[in-house]
Write a protein that binds this ligand. Structure first.
Ligand code: NAP
Ligand code: ZN
Ligand code: ZN
Length: 349
């Protein structure tokens, strides 16, 4: 069937309405009427071809929530009408060690929700800026939040899991001092989740205007990282720093804030590399720089259930689909508190 979507035909063109195909559900597929889709900075990187290899037409969107519209004959866990979500992963090999451990995000054959290889037309996956999506049941998540919160749940499907997974992997909890760098879509979820896990949370922002706002998210302290004196006062305090910044920047300024054996995990994926960090900043205190990519399907469900239990959702600004190009420009200026979410009903007609 053909449905309405928003996407681009080239990296230097704005997003526009498109008609796209969706496959008929196979035996293990779930067809979802998309209610809302969050707007991740990765959508901008991809649709503008800032990372290599964007395939066009490109329909971004991997923070998808909605209701099950149809299920294949073999689907047992989902029924028509269920509230569900889809994140960044719509397929993987299901056979390798990573898939076996529920870490499909590290499978060599992981298929992204957009720009991934597929037998479906047009030969690459098309994401959630669309009215419907058809996904194998293994990659569909259950949403247990009240329906009234559905739009604000959407960003958990990428921003939530991308911050949850490293916080859990590095066992952040009570007694830990944790820094979150860059208070955008990912960073604001990082603050909420690290706070809920019991850590002492320090937010690092370049925006003076976020000083008070970050405290309201659950930060115990806020540092404006452009202020050298404020940064100096933070030296050697941190067990763990989660760096979500989408642009190349000086990593040394943050590495110097780690304690002995501290780790800074990078989740921001800038289009060009960071300047190389100073090796002495690492060896002198046995510090580590690490990376982390989204999260696996079981831990995404764990994060969603944790958030439902603790009443955690994203802080969002709801937009119509035809506001997407303006929203991208505002995101690039850091002018969103903290995630745009598209009301996909605005794509009809
Ligand atoms: P976002 O909402 O645009 O937030 C990024 C934040 O970084 C901004 O709000 C800003 O926060 C800060 N920032 C921007 N430019 C900066 C600069 N030049 N110097 C210092 N700070 C700067 O983006 P997002 O959706 O959270 O995504 C962040 C990055 O993570 C993107 O590169 C995205 O592609 C990547 N990502 C990675 C994964 C993964 O699996 N690893 C998953 C999703 C997204 P302040 O105003 O507070 O300074
Ligand atoms: Zn994302
Ligand atoms: Zn695999």
């Amino acid at each position: 069937m053909t449905i309405k979507a928003w996407g681009a035909h080239a990296g230097d063109q704005p997003l526009q309405p498109l008609d796209i195909p969706r496959r008929a559900p196979g035996a293990h597929d779930v067809r979802i009427d998309i209610a809302y889709c969050g707007v991740c900075h990765s959508d901008i990187h991809q649709v503008r071809s800032e990372w290599a290899g964007t395939l066009y037409p490109c329909v971004p969107g991997h923070e998808i929530v909605g209701r099950v519209a149809a299920v294949g004959a073999q689907v047992t866990d989902f029924r028509v009408g269920d509230l569900v979500g889809v994140g960044c992963i719509v397929d993987s090999c299901r056979q390798c060690a990573d898939c076996g451990e529920g870490l499909e995000n590290y499978c060599d054959h992981m298929v992204g929700t957009y720009n991934g290889p597929t037998a479906d037309a047009p030969g690459h996956t098309l994401g959630g800026y669309s009215q419907q999506i058809v996904v194998h049941e293994r990659y569909v998540l259950r949403i247990r939040h009240p329906e009234a919160q559905l739009a604000a749940v959407a960003p958990l499907l990428c921003a939530g899991i991308t911050t949850w997974s490293p916080l859990r992997h590095w066992q952040v909890g009570p007694g830990h001092t944790v820094g979150v760098v860059g208070i955008g879509g990912l960073g604001h979820m990082g603050i909420k989740l690290a706070h809920a896990l019991g850590a002492h949370v320090v937010a690092f922002t370049t925006s003076e205007s976020k000083r008070a706002a970050a405290r309201a998210l659950g930060a115990d302290e806020v540092v404006v990282s452009r202020n050298a004196e404020e940064m100096k006062a933070q030296r050697r305090r941190f067990d763990f720093i989660l760096n979500t910044v989408a642009m190349p920047h000086d990593l040394d300024a943050f590495l110097a804030l780690l304690k002995r054996d501290g780790t800074m995990a990078l989740v921001g994926a800038p289009a060009t590399p960071h300047p190389s960090p100073n090796v002495f900043n690492l060896i002198m205190k046995r510090r580590a720089i690490a990376g982390s990519m989204i999260g696996g399907i079981p831990e995404t469900q764990e994060m969603l259930d944790f958030c439902a239990e603790h009443g955690i959702v994203a802080d969002i600004e709801l937009i119509r689909a035809d506001e997407i190009n303006a929203a991208y420009e505002r995101m690039l200026k850091g002018d969103v508190k903290y995630r745009f979410v598209i009301d996909n009903a605005s794509m009809a007609g």
